[in-house]
Ligand binder design. Sequence first.
Ligand SMILES: Cc1cc2nc3c(=O)[nH]c(=O)nc-3n(C[C@H](O)[C@H](O)[C@H](O)COP(=O)(O)OP(=O)(O)OC[C@H]3O[C@@H](n4cnc5c(N)ncnc54)[C@H](O)[C@@H]3O)c2cc1C
Length: 239
Amino acid sequence: MAKQTLSVELISIPDDIIRTIYTACKTCYSAKLPYENYLNAPDNEKMLSLIEKVISSGHYSTIEHIQLTFAIQNVSRACTHQLVRHRHMSFSQKSQRYVREKGEFDYIVPKSIEKNPELNKKFTDFMTKTSELYQEFIDNGILAEDARAILPNAAASSLTASLNLRELIHLANLRLCTRAQYEIRCLVKAMVDEVIKKEPWLKPYLVPKCERLGYCDEDKTCGRTKTKAEFLGNVCCAN
Ligand SMILES: Cc1cc2nc3c(=O)[nH]c(=O)nc-3n(C[C@H](O)[C@H](O)[C@H](O)COP(=O)(O)OP(=O)(O)OC[C@H]3O[C@@H](n4cnc5c(N)ncnc54)[C@H](O)[C@@H]3O)c2cc1C
């Protein structure tokens, strides 16, 4: 049995993101044909100036043309369960039916448990017992698809996940928020860091939602920005 650590690789990203989004934007506002706009694209600075205006005006279909794929390794099933709630993403996940855990299964230890030696020991002992029980079921002819019923939320999983740039921004806005669970926050941070390494101009968009809204719309705020009420000055729209 082995404790595992998250790793994320960006395995596919288009070569010319800025020019593709620029072409999509110009298609909407220019009398020229899309390919003419593509061939006559100006320098990056001019393209980005138009792109930034279009994105800030909420014209998000223009960034849906950019598709990204990540190899996500060693996240808990608890974390993947949250990730797959994002309906505009595509997933291929390691199967607990076809891949039988061999003797020891890999698992993820939540940071808060790892920091507490006594509870960490209890957690590890529980994983060991669960692993032995899983193996007993397999040895007695129970199919992996049924034996997996006893595997915990901590069981490690891996995915290939794809999404377009609009959905990545949405994912970052929701899951980089401190209200999101720690593991998915780390996962999404690793995803956006990979993208920002290649496309630094995207940094201002790949942030928690409060940074884009200018306020926090959560009930329990972390205090990083003003609450919505403070931001709006408690003004009631009905008056
Ligand atoms: C801090 C936090 C706590 C959460 N707690 C819970 C919880 O306790 N229980 C729980 O069940 N879930 C919980 N969730 C999950 C949450 O409810 C969403 O399912 C998840 O965040 C996906 O968000 P989404 O629907 O905006 O995104 P996506 O599925 O990625 O969709 C992106 C956007 O597309 C649009 N869209 C997609 N599908 C539809 C549709 N069918 N109809 C109309 N518009 C659509 C919406 O505008 C949506 O925002 C939590 C999420 C967070 C971030």
